[in-house]
Design a protein around this ligand. Sequence first.
Ligand SMILES: [Zn+2]
Length: 486
Amino acid sequence: MINHIKHQLQRVKACGADYADARYFPVEETEHIAYVQGNLKTCYRARTTGVGVRVLYKGAWGFAAASTLDSLPALFDRALDNAKVAAQRVTFPARLAAQQPVKASYESPCAVDPFEASTAEKIAFLKRIDGKLEDKTVAQRFTHLDFMKRQMLFFNTEGAEIEKKIHEVFASMKVVGIEKDGLSQERSHDLCGSGQGTRGWESLQTAALFEDHAPRIIGELARLLAAPACPQDKRSVILLPGIMFLQTHEVIGHPLELDRILGYELSYAGGSFVRLEDFGSLQYGSEKLTVRADATLPNSPGSFGYDDDGTPCRNTVLIDKGILKNAITSRHTIVEANTKAGREIFTEPGGCARASGFNRVPLERMTNINIDPGDDGLLDDIVKKTERGIILDGTRSWSIGSNREQFHFACEIGWLVEDGAVKGVVKNPTYGSATLPFWRSLSAVGSDDTCELAYVPNCGKGQPNQTMELGHRVPVCRFDNVQIGK
Ligand SMILES: [Zn+2]
């Protein structure tokens, strides 16, 4: 099979293609199990195989994919024909930035393949967690497990040969309570990590990562059900990693995807308020804000060795001490952006081109979009130096401007802070702001000990839609003078 694919790549090159690549998935397996209220709600397992072929011809891309591998020449011809048709209409010819072809392999760290554990074991695990969530204050209990296993082989006409084997494990649990007036409150916990260690079936057996949080979320739900509503006020907001990851995702990650900045996602995912002339000078946040796209973390859904352009994973500073420096990029978009800007903003491809499967084209996707820890200590240290604030955690709803120029988030729980001390819990907490004033008001960044790596299994983008996994390692952060409760 591999020799056939390599032969076809050379054949389309001989037929006039400037570049071509193929991603062969010998196997991709997914499993989803959901347990609700003591009952198995969903349990399915899927297995696919296929090849996706991308051809660049006279500045236009053509793509074709097939799950049957018995007619590779026809598949490659279709990709080339698609590129030829597109080339008749291209307005800005696509070109690829130089990339030394890599021959390499990558394997995500996994001790026990979750697909080797039986479905019965997995259901028993969820049943045990579900039992821990039973309580008189809990009206509904939800738990779920998701597993993914992928083997991918990448080849291109430049000579790259990359093999990747990736395992993913996602888990979450949620408790819902009903107030006297019939409205609901909820508290949840998702499996998260540090970026180190392994992430196979064994990661779920580490009780401190997941199941030990069950009594905590039940206790917090009980306090929410007796809590007053979040006041309407302007205060400091102290974001715990359970909401800070979404803040980073929606209002730094998405607006810094270079395809969005170039307008490629306008019809679906949206655009970006960031302009090419902003790189190198825009004060995105306060001096305490340093942000990276770091796909080199050893263990994260946003680490994958080599992207679908064949570029090695990088650790790129996006925002350095508040100043915008770089974006989430691929081989194609940096050439277009530099050409349109008339200067070399981006010196190398960022290694962020990823496709969600063999039948999708690579797009700019977040890797691990992380905030560097700061020197403001632990949560307690930050609270002690906060006069009037609110600590926020958990995600309930989010609404973001299509160019990410403003946002409004609702959280699961808030704790008011007065004169450097935590006061009571408030329910239905919300906050919102224009994007740049918010990041510029960042006044405290917690130490490395406050960081958590949130696993995101479901970032959506692209037409047809692609659901992608990634990570955010973020500390506790405080922002000042933010509107809450509206
Ligand atoms: Zn997203």
